[in-house]
Design a protein around this ligand. Sequence first.
Ligand SMILES: Nc1ncnc2c1ncn2[C@@H]1O[C@H](COP(=O)(O)OP(=O)(O)O)[C@@H](O)[C@H]1O
Ligand SMILES: [Mg+2]
Length: 307
Amino acid sequence: MASPTDVTSEQQLPESGVWVRPLWLWLSPLFPSRPHVLIDVPHHLPTCYHPDVNTTRIVTVSAYKGGVGKTTLAFELAASLGAVLVDCDWDRGGASGTWGAAPSDGRLLRGLLGDHPPRPLRRAGRPDLVPSSPGLAGWIGDPAVAAGRLREWAEAWDRPVVIDTHPGAVPLTDAAWAAADVVVVPVGIGWPELRALEGLLSERATAFTLILAPNRIRSRAVIRPQLIALVNMARAHGVAVAPPIGDYPWLPRRARRSALVLNPSPGRAVAAAAADFRTLAHTVEQALAIDTPELPAPAEVLEGANA
Ligand SMILES: Nc1ncnc2c1ncn2[C@@H]1O[C@H](COP(=O)(O)OP(=O)(O)O)[C@@H](O)[C@H]1O
Ligand SMILES: [Mg+2]
């Protein structure tokens, strides 16, 4: 398969010069074939079988790298989907801080340790939230058990759940992957980022339903070779690519704590960004609508994995 640096020739360009449409059209048919079963994946991720009747809708936002937009996407996705945002990233500057939750709020940690689903916080203009707390950094529980809890909470709340994660393969992030029906991976379009993504795909693409979300895309013309590399990588691994999200330089300077997509009277700039995030949410909804009865039986999947 082509590595990012191999992808320079015009032959590898898509037929059309318009990016969003070809990206999506090529890759969307791949969704129905993705199993909802997690098996034998590296980094000691737990084995977790999602039952045939899958009533949960858990979207984990994760990437090996920090600063790629996980928290931004998780916040806006949760707001768009009417989901509970579970903040599994304990670093300050994460979703709970943006939301305005108290750093001392330990309900997530207590929920992971006990068996009661935490009660989400609620405030107008923001997604409902189970906030993080610094104590999560020391959590060393079993990711498989925590994944089971997260799935139980999703059922108890009877709502979609979006999980924001700490970068890297820490136990709580492993739990969030194992709990997920879909994992959204924000992707920065630089060569180092794409090489990191190649690592993630070769380790995990066969075991998870992934959506790559190119983020902070300023000009498609300028980063054309990188986008081509991204598409080729995604095709080689059979994962979906969402329409790119623009680069909005005012976003890091924004002081308001509300979700862009919930702004009832947005100006032009906010409306454009909100439209990008809603499009991503729509892509996620399509992935979640996979017809579960078509899933292979566990034995078949395990055979395939060992082949
Ligand atoms: N589409 C975007 N346009 C402009 N800035 C963005 C965009 N997405 C994220 N950012 C900014 O990038 C920085 C890192 O984003 P963040 O969501 O915190 O990443 P992560 O959670 O992966 O560390 C933040 O300052 C955020 O406001
Ligand atoms: Mg973050």
